[in-house]
Ligand binder design. Structure first.
Ligand SMILES: [Zn+2]
Length: 299
């Protein structure tokens, strides 16, 4: 019996496999196992999907990349197509080869950011036992799937908050906890640790910070989206990385007690002070979604 293709399967192409379009619209595929006919698949879609199968990415990542290139090609359609092609033009179930980043076995944690802050944080996370850390820039994150990720640490620098809100929206949609680190004019913020359905998210933290504007949530978030996260200095990076590692350890440890699920830590510049801040509950948490409509729109 053919095995079921899982979204987490790393896909590689059968280099010898060929597909030709028949006059009746079906595709004739010749592959290592013989020949077969595929119906309901357009040759151009097939070509587009196969282009993304690079031997390193999972089915979910291939699907996300296809959808990013062509929004008319939904990820579910690509996954269905890949499932049909499995065993003929593509092979799943392989282990990642030539990983783009160092990987160890362990709990998968994703650091998001291309700058020194995200790199420093990824290094601190890699020093922890039992954690498998990947780091992706903003674009890589947008193309990647979040399946199986236990924690996202978002440490985007020199980036509009719009991008941070987009990371938050993706994590809420996937039900993945996310910890935010932002370099702001009044200091480095570590938190909140947004656990979907439990505590405040990054959007809530912004709404709380700018409550004095007395704007409707959607209006306030639209304005906040234009603010920019700055860059951290070396001392700030080290302090933030230590705080992130401590928080991640508690969040990922069974029975652990993360500190910033209901608040955040402000590390003022040129100072060794720490200022814990409490945040109100996420507007959506009471409904169990953890995602206020405004935050989703912002994403
Ligand atoms: Zn929220």
């Amino acid at each position: 019996m053919r095995r079921h293709l899982a979204p987490s399967d790393v896909l590689r192409r059968d280099p010898a496999a060929q597909a030709i379009a028949l006059p009746d619209g079906r595709l004739l595929v010749r592959h290592a196992g013989g020949a077969s006919l595929l119906g309901g698949i357009r040759a151009e879609d097939l070509g587009r999907v196969l282009e993304e199968v690079d031997g390193a990415r999972t089915a979910a990542e291939v699907a996300a990349a296809c959808t990013e290139r062509d929004p008319a090609l939904p990820a579910e359609t690509v996954l269905r197509l890949l499932a049909v092609l499995e065993g003929e033009m593509v092979h799943g179930g392989g282990r990642r080869q030539a990983p783009p980043l160092p990987r160890t076995e362990g709990i998968p944690v994703l650091a998001v950011g291309g700058g020194p802050l995200a790199r420093r944080i990824a290094r601190a996370l890699r020093d922890m036992d039992g954690v498998e850390v990947r780091r992706l820039g903003r674009r890589g994150f947008a193309a990647a799937g979040l399946e199986g990720i236990a924690l996202v640490v978002c440490a985007l620098e020199r980036t509009a908050y719009r991008e941070v809100l987009a990371v938050q929206a993706a994590c809420l949609a996937a039900g993945v906890p996310a910890l935010f680190v932002t370099a702001d004019p009044d200091g480095l913020r570590v938190g909140p640790t947004a656990v979907p359905g439990v505590g405040p998210c990054f959007a809530c933290a912004q709404l709380a910070a700018f409550r004095f504007l007395r704007l409707a949530p959607a209006t306030a978030l639209a304005a906040v989206a234009d603010l920019r996260a700055g860059a951290a200095d070396a001392a700030g990076r080290a302090r933030a990385a230590a705080a992130v590692a401590a928080e991640a350890r508690e969040l990922l440890r069974p029975g652990g007690e993360p500190s910033w699920v209901s608040g955040l830590l402000l590390l003022p510049p040129q100072s060794s002070d720490i200022e814990p801040r409490r945040l109100p509950r996420c507007a959506g948490a009471r409904r169990g979604s953890g995602a206020p409509a405004a935050a989703q729109r912002a994403g």
